[in-house]
Design a protein around this ligand. Structure first.
Ligand code: KG4
Ligand code: ZN
Length: 342
């Protein structure tokens, strides 16, 4: 194999939760070359993520994905000039697997690497194809977060609102489990919501944090309201498919309304007209359609990443990694994994 020495690639790792993902970008062309994501299915047996199993699975999958992505793109290790990995927030054991792979390559190939904040990478997930003008507001609505950010630049990001207790994706997973659906619950709830024939007579669920004068979101009250309804239904017999589909659609509409209320408040108070909403929950077509309509009526330019880049992936880590490399940023070998945002 002849190596083109002019090629300069970046390799990015994402392993913050239960997806093992590696991406390659061309640093000269500023182009995403490939992204491979393996979503761990072992957790569906337990109805939620088991951290120890997640990290063990990353350890198994990362070398396999790395081989695959290098071989199928015909890339030689000497052409890798920069590395990036997610280092926070997330499950410590899972994060460490990606960080260690990154550090090992950095040391052995003698090239720089940088740690990327997982929530920031969600914000820029779609920037490979659709970048938007700064400043803008961003929300990350995922399994672990329902947060709001003021984004002035790639390195000028301020978190202005956060998850107070349960995040949106977290309650979808928990409520799905309570209804006997499989994990992850978000896609299951979307599927059942599609079966609902009672669209004009939905359940009246409490909209989280509606009147609180901040940009925080809290979904545990909504979760409890759903739990009580499921319990009541069970007391009256088995929970029917009709009930599941009606509760699923009511729940998605309520989650969407909560996101809209907080997003609109931040947009109005900042005077900004552009918004990015990313994270796994934004794969949901019902929420996406509702938010697109509502924000469009307010004259807001709303950007939602393509579905495969809403859930965790390394392409979004590669994008910020590329920006950091252009700005001469890097981390040293002592970079650690952290569970929190800061
Ligand atoms: O961003 P992500 O992949 O991981 C975190 O950083 O948390 O998000 C995972 C979350 C899970 O709670 C999952 O149920 C939810 O995203 N999710 C969905 C859908 N697909 C994934 N929620 C609603 N509808 C979907 N289609
Ligand atoms: Zn995520």
């Amino acid at each position: 194999m002849s190596i083109n020495p002019d090629k300069r690639y970046l390799l990015a790792f994402e392993s913050s939760c239960d997806d093992s993902s590696i991406a390659i970008a061309d640093l000269y062309e500023r182009l995403l070359i490939d992204n491979i994501t393996y979503s761990q299915d072992i957790h569906s047996i337990f109805g939620g993520i088991v951290p120890e199993l997640a990290s063990r699975d990353h350890l198994k999958k990362i070398p396999i994905i790395l081989d695959k992505i290098m071989i199928r793109n015909d890339i030689h290790p000497d052409q890798i000039k920069y590395l990036a990995c997610t280092y926070r927030p997330g499950l410590i054991g899972s994060l460490l697997m990606g960080i260690m792979a990154c550090k090992t390559l950095s040391y052995s190939l003698d090239i720089p690497f940088v740690g990327v904040n997982h929530l920031y990478s969600h914000i820029f997930a779609d920037f490979w194809k659709n970048s938007i003008q700064f400043p803008f507001l961003a929300m990350v609505i995922s399994g672990g977060h329902s947060d709001m950010f003021m984004v002035k630049d790639y390195t000028g990001i301020e978190r202005i609102g956060m998850t107070v207790d349960d995040a949106a994706g977290e309650i979808l997973d928990k409520i799905a489990k309570e209804m006997g659906l499989s994990y992850p619950g978000g896609p299951e709830i979307e599927k059942y919501a599609g079966y609902c024939n009672d669209k004009d007579d939905l359940f009246d669920l409490p909209v989280p944090m509606r009147s609180k004068n901040n940009y925080n979101l809290s979904f545990s009250g909504l979760k409890t309201a759903c739990y009580l309804m499921i319990k009541e239904q069970r007391r009256n017999g088995n929970i029917s498919e009709e009930f599941i589909s009606k509760l699923s659609l009511s729940l998605l509409n309520t989650v969407s309304e909560a996101i809209f209320i907080k997003g609109k408040k931040a947009l109005r108070e900042s005077g900004i007209k552009r918004m990015v909403i990313g994270g796994g929950v934004m794969r949901n077509n019902i929420i996406k359609k509702d938010l697109r309509e509502r924000f469009s009526n307010e004259g807001i330019d709303l950007h939602i990443p393509i579905p495969e880049y809403c859930t965790d992936n390394a392409a979004m880590v590669a994008y910020l990694g590329m920006i950091y490399s252009e700005r001469g940023l890097s981390d040293n070998i002592s970079l650690n994994a952290y569970p929190g945002y800061e």
